[in-house]
Ligand binder design. Structure first.
Ligand code: M6R
Length: 614
């Protein structure tokens, strides 16, 4: 959560302020409660902070008409943890001398005791944040050597940080540090750019270094020295980014969410390309090569994730149990981590995370590894903390997902998990013919999804107006479509603020049906796959209580269409592919409802893209 950018160098074409503000805009999806910038030279540190989005900060900076020549700067977009989204609480924060400024992501757990100590030493505080305590602590230790002051401060801190520090007395360098919150450094000839993720870097350079936990970096224009907390040199590989700048732009779409919905056929293609072989009816996952022996000996699979990623895991639970006959448990990552989980060497743990930075999932991976489980990561962001901590796994190759509401990450996660289910199935109980059928179903996913987008986008826009006034909506599904119902409800609530719940349709009569009133909308996943007959009965029960039914049905299914008030037709396909096209229909539905309601689709209130705090 929160976005950090730091810049040092000289680019003729852009000033540091322009570079930093542009970087913040790219990172804004990580938090948008307030934003701030600090620019410095040997004479001064100039700070500008504003409540709300980066645009407000940009306007304020432009209105200030500051023409001073700065070559160093740090900037931050905030998702509030300690203290309200006020200007005082906005980063950058400064030490008591006013010479040092920091931007910080993460949480300083012992900030209260450190603050007490600093207050006793005469320091005064202007904000409620733990980050200001860190700034003051660095200032407290500063005796003319910024690296040493940062090191001394970090040695006193408990908690997590992604940190960039600037000092007016040492204007030719920035210090960055990482523990539990990512920091990436982009290198080019005359400049260096530091950020909490590569979206802010990719338009400047493709050459990046990811810091590891407990790394310190001394950054000068075009150069970086990486040290541990004892100031021993450590070496980190320079990696080349395969994202291009276009993939972080809207490309003419009104919202990133819509762009990412429409990108799904291509994104899924990128996820599955070269990873299935029709003639042998099997999946080839190079990230899992050489571990067939370990996979053959597993007796249980535990899938970990949060939010949408957990829902993807729930689809995989059905697929792996059906295709491979291995028992699967899906667990919310925080729940796993805090319950002293029963997991050991014969268990495969699959950690799913688009960002690869979700704090609970990362901690759960560490817990599973520590208990001896065989852990694999399923991440989109290459080099992310979960991918690195897991040590092995499969990347999604979905391209950057900017919209806070996750769309293409889910469909790519499910596609890759289906490949894994196929691989596990073929090594256990699936015949060649069955393997070929599944491989063909996976291959068909992008084309079926394209068909759905082509045929249903305009139609969904015409039915959405009937649902914008709803106070509550219920999404019902069975079997493979139960997690899809959960995901459909999550999407609607997060971007349209309509209260929405997903239920297994069989659960309705055990309580939730009491909530139905005349006109309550029900989204019923009535696709023509196992469970449809029972779903038809459940829908009748809802209708009898006055519900308005939006049916997601298989194209041409008149029996299902007849009992619905509105329908969205899904192209007929293998059920494994149907799961994905149905999800996409629900994404479009949520998008259209939220758009009609005038909601901030890409940046819904209170949310941030990566939840890097517990
Ligand atoms: O980056 P991750 O996949 O670990 O993120 C997990 C959730 O925070 C994420 O899926 C969240 O639920 C999305 N906002 C859903 O659209």
């Amino acid at each position: 959560m929160c976005g950090i950018v730091g810049y040092i160098g000289s680019l003729d074409s852009q000033s540091p302020a322009e570079i930093l503000i542009q970087g913040l805009k790219r990172l804004e999806y990580r938090g948008y409660d307030s934003a701030g910038i600090a620019l410095l030279n040997k004479d001064e540190i100039y700070t500008c902070r504003e409540i709300g989005k980066v645009k407000g900060l940009e306007d304020k900076w432009l209105a200030a008409e500051n023409t001073v020549n700065y070559q160093v700067g740090i900037a931050h977009t905030r998702w509030a943890t300690h203290g309200k989204p006020t200007e005082e609480n906005a980063h950058p924060h400064r030490d008591s001398s006013g010479k040092i400024a920091i931007v910080h992501n993460g949480i300083i757990e012992n900030y209260q005791s450190l603050k007490k100590h600093l207050v006793n030493a005469g320091h005064e505080f202007y904000s409620e944040t733990d980050s200001e305590v860190l700034a003051k602590l660095i200032g407290y230790h500063y005796k003319g050597d910024l690296l040493q002051a940062v090191t001394d401060a970090l040695n006193q801190v408990h908690g997590t940080y992604g940190l960039v520090v600037a000092c007016k007395d040492e204007p030719n360098k920035l210090i960055a540090a990482r523990k539990g919150s990512p920091i990436v450094i982009g290198m080019s000839d005359k400049s260096s750019i530091i950020a909490s993720d590569v979206s802010a870097i990719v338009s400047h350079t493709k050459h990046v270094i990811y810091l590891d936990d407990d790394d310190l970096a001394v950054i000068t224009p075009g150069n970086v020295d990486i040290l541990d907390l004892n100031h021993r040199q450590v070496s980190r590989e320079v990696q080349e980014l395969d994202w291009d700048t276009d993939s972080t732009q809207k490309d003419g779409y009104e919202h990133f969410m819509l762009k990412e919905i429409f990108e799904q056929p291509e994104a899924i293609n990128n996820s599955i390309r070269g990873r299935y072989n029709l003639s042998i009816g099997n999946a080839i996952l190079s990230g899992l090569s050489g571990v067939d022996k370990e996979l053959a000996s597993i007796s249980q699979i535990i899938i970990l994730g949060c939010g949408t990623s957990m829902h993807a895991g729930m689809v995989a639970e059905y697929a792996i149990e059906e295709l491979a006959g291995i028992p699967v448990k899906v667990m919310q990552a925080a729940d796993f981590r805090y319950r002293n989980p029963i997991v050991g060497p014969n268990d495969l743990v699959i950690a799913i995370s688009q960002s690869g930075e979700t704090a609970d999932t990362l901690a759960a991976v560490k817990e599973a590894k520590q208990k001896g489980a065989f852990v694999i990561g399923l991440c989109n962001v290459v080099g992310s903390s979960i991918a690195r901590e897991a040590g092995r796994g499969v990347y999604l190759h979905a391209g950057p997902e900017i919209s806070v509401a996750s769309t293409k990450a889910f469909t790519c996660q499910v596609s890759v998990l289906l490949l894994l289910a196929l691989k596990l199935g073929r090594s256990r109980r699936l015949s060649l013919a069955q393997g070929v059928e599944v491989a063909q179903a996976i291959k068909s996913i992008p084309a079926i999804n394209q068909l759905l987008l082509d045929k249903q986008f305009n139609h969904i826009a015409t039915i959405a107006p009937a649902y914008t006034q709803a106070h509550s909506m219920f999404f019902l599904g069975r079997g493979y479509l139960y997690p899809v119902a959960l995901e459909g409800a999550l999407k609607l609530k997060e971007i349209s603020y309509i209260h929405a719940e997903g239920y297994h349709a069989a659960e309705l009569k055990h309580g939730p049906i009491a909530l139905l009133e005349e006109g309550t909308p029900i989204v019923a996943l009535l696709n023509d796959i196992e469970g449809k007959d029972k779903m038809l009965g459940n829908v009748e029960e809802c209708k009898a209580r006055g519900a308005r039914i939006l049916g997601i049905i298989t194209e041409g299914d008149t029996q299902a269409a007849e009992i619905c008030d509105d329908v969205i037709e899904i192209p007929s396909s293998h059920k494994l592919s149907t799961v994905l096209s149905t999800t996409i229909a629900l994404q479009l539905f949520s998008y259209q409802v939220a758009k009609l309601k005038g909601c901030e689709i890409d940046q819904p209130r209170n949310l941030a893209k990566s939840v890097t705090v517990e």
